[in-house]
Design a protein around this ligand. Structure first.
Ligand SMILES: C[S@@+](CC[C@H](N)C(=O)[O-])C[C@H]1O[C@@H](n2cnc3c(N)ncnc32)[C@H](O)[C@@H]1O
Length: 255
């Protein structure tokens, strides 16, 4: 176990897990994946029926926040850490052909899976871009809505992520995210464990600090709620969750 957080090694560890999530969704992970999880979190079956099932197999989100996003026809949407594309495809159903959805991810295998599925179903208003959520490759004021599901906990630079999300939103734009946070501060033995970081636990920010970071970057937080339907499945992960109150939340905020 590393004594301190090595950001480059961490990135490799995260990419390695999410490469497998894209390519081997039936393997065992610390966390649950797939359609059953999505339905339990609150995704309407009627939406899930309309998106590629292979995207859903690799769905590794932690909550449902489309009600907080309140997507409208014509909205331009950005999904931070779009994975194999579930949330981008769901968003596309709601913004229609006059809107657009951009998915941003750093892991090649997630991007190529999402792009291939997009081409197969012919969703022309969805595209997937390679890049980092800490350095978003879009201009200021591009989007009406920024979404993100189970991703920001994986960043060692959360303040940069929220600053960037704020920058690319139009004035009054909405942030709607689900993420893993902790009620208590976690010890270094957990925070510096790459496996637990890549499993969405090690990087979980203490919840008050998390909302403070969002507000410091210029958002007004409207709602924060617990996603009690979300549970980690490995023993190691479940123990850390119980001890430090690691849990899933969904949050809505406005620029
Ligand atoms: C837990 S998965 C969630 C994927 C997707 N949101 C979903 O609900 O299925 C995390 C995703 O975020 C991506 N990711 C993690 N850190 C990132 C970063 N700093 N920049 C861009 N993508 C990142 C990973 O490659 C992975 O696809």
């Amino acid at each position: 176990m590393a004594k301190s957080l090595d950001v480059e090694r961490l990135e490799q560890a995260v990419k390695s897990v999410y490469q497998d999530v894209a390519e081997e969704p039936a393997e065992e992970y610390h966390f649950e994946m797939g359609r059953e999880l999505a339905e339990r979190l609150g995704y309407p079956a009627s939406d899930l029926d309309q998106i590629p099932p292979q995207a859903l197999e690799s769905f590794a989100g932690v909550g449902y926040h489309f009600d907080l996003a309140a997507l409208e026809e014509g909205d331009d949407v950005l999904d931070l850490g779009s994975g194999s594309g579930t949330d981008a495809f769901v968003a596309a159903l709601h913004v229609g052909e006059s809107g657009s959805v951009a998915g941003l991810d750093m892991t090649d295998q997630q991007l190529s899976k999402a792009r291939q599925l997009r081409d197969e179903v012919g969703m022309d208003n969805v595209f997937f871009e390679k890049g980092y959520i800490e350095d978003i490759p879009f201009d200021d004021g591009t989007f009406d809505v920024v979404l993100s599901n189970g991703v920001i906990n994986l960043s060692a630079e959360k303040q940069r992520v929220f600053t960037e999300a704020n920058r690319v939103l139009k004035p009054g734009g909405r942030l709607a995210i689900s993420d893993i946070i902790s009620e208590k501060l976690m010890p270094k033995s957990i925070k510096n464990n790459e496996d637990l970081w890549a499993a969405c636990i090690g990087g979980a920010e203490q919840v008050d600090r998390y909302t403070e970071l969002i507000e410091q970057t210029g958002f007004e937080v409207r709602e924060v709620r617990d996603n009690t339907q979300y549970e980690f499945i490995s023993d190691q992960a479940a123990n850390a969750c119980q001890k430090y109150g690691v849990k899933s939340i969904s949050l809505g905020a406005n620029k």
